[in-house]
Ligand binder design. Structure first.
Ligand SMILES: [Zn+2]
Ligand SMILES: [Zn+2]
Length: 351
């Protein structure tokens, strides 16, 4: 069976704007689901990959790993999905399925390296790489397809596939529960989801931010209190009082002031800064047996649990819907932190 040519948007070099491209999608295999993409979120990782900030980008780059769509075709071995189902695809489209990470439903840490949704070697079409959701359709192994609750707004569900699971996974892994005092540092695409989830889990949520003007929005999203980290008195008042802190700051930063907020044995989890951090004082963790940890997206099982939780609690992302043709302006606005809180592409504009 032959592959099909479809429309996409991508970059042919790190210095170039995104533009229309034709790409190939493989023919639907026995275990595959073909999805007609309706919406795709715009993640900061898309921009880093397009601009080759993390090196290792292979061009053309067709980004997009917050994919929502309808099933239009299934292979004869597929039993989880049928034509017409509302589904999603997140950051991964394949993994080895046999290593100890994969056996523990932690495909994101696959020892043979998961196949990411874009810019990963494509096992199914040798010599090519994976292309993401800035396109009209995608073909994915059913094990990496997620079921989307039908009661949720389709477009606003897209960011759950990356921003959602990235913040859900640590809250779930560290068992944040009713009554816990949870801090969320940074109110962007990740932070605003962290606030919503922590609130829905019954925690007392404190938005920790450098910008007091973000306070009002934080409360609308579910924060109970706002802590302005530049305010020394306010920081002192909250010292040693947090059960858990979700740190979404995307760049290297001072850690000591935030570590001072943790209770004994409490943990601060980093999900944003994939780059060097400023040196921190050993005493900040020694005094109080505190922990700094990190977390990367989430496994497929966990992503489905998050989506089901969102269905029950009616949680989606706050979004700005754009046309595919507006993507380059959207990138500039994401880079200058001017989006509330996630751009989502309406893929009708590409069809
Ligand atoms: Zn992402
Ligand atoms: Zn594996």
């Amino acid at each position: 069976m032959a592959s099909t040519t479809i429309k996409a948007y991508g970059a042919t070099a790190s210095t170039e704007a995104l533009k229309p491209l034709d790409i190939q999608r493989r023919a639907v295999g026995a275990d595959d689901v073909k999805i007609d993409i309706t919406y795709c979120g715009v993640c900061h990782s898309d921009i880093h990959t397009v601009r080759n900030d993390w090196k290792g980008s292979t061009y053309p780059v067709v980004p997009g790993h917050e994919i929502i769509g309808r099933v239009v075709e299934v292979g004869n071995g597929v039993n989880t999905y049928k034509v017409g189902d509302l589904v999603g695809v997140g950051c991964m489209v394949d993994s080895c399925q046999t290593c100890s990470s994969c056996e523990q439903d932690l495909e994101q840490f696959c020892e043979k390296r998961a196949t990411f949704t874009y810019n990963s070697p494509n096992k199914h079409m040798e010599g090519t790489q994976t292309y993401g959701g800035y396109s009209t359709a995608v073909v994915v192994d059913e094990k990496f397809v997620l079921s989307i609750p039908e009661n949720l707004d389709e477009a606003a569900t897209a960011p759950l596939l990356c921003a959602g699971v990235t913040t859900w996974s640590p809250l779930s892994h560290w068992k944040v529960k009713k009554g816990d005092k949870v801090g969320v540092i940074g109110l962007g695409g990740l932070g605003h989801m962290g606030v919503k989830f922590a609130n829905a889990l019954g925690a007392h949520v404190v938005m920790i931010t450098t910008s007091p003007e973000k306070g009002k929005d934080a409360k609308r999203l579910g924060a109970h209190e706002v802590l302005v980290s530049k305010d020394q008195d306010d920081m002192k008042k909250h010292q040693g009082s947090f059960d858990f802190i979700l740190n979404t700051i995307p760049v290297g930063h001072e850690m000591d002031p935030y570590l001072g907020l943790l209770k004994i044995d409490a943990t601060m989890v980093l999900v944003g800064a994939v780059e060097p951090l400023k040196p921190f004082h050993g005493g900040s963790v020694i005094m109080g047996r505190k922990r700094i940890a990190g977390s990367l997206i989430g496994g497929i099982k966990e992503t489905q649990e998050m989506l089901d939780f969102c269905g029950e609690h009616n949680i989606t992302s706050d979004i700005e819907l754009i046309d595919m043709q507006d993507i380059n302006t959207a990138y500039e606005r994401v880079t200058s932190n001017d989006v509330k809180y996630r751009f989502v592409i309406d893929m009708k504009s590409l069809k």
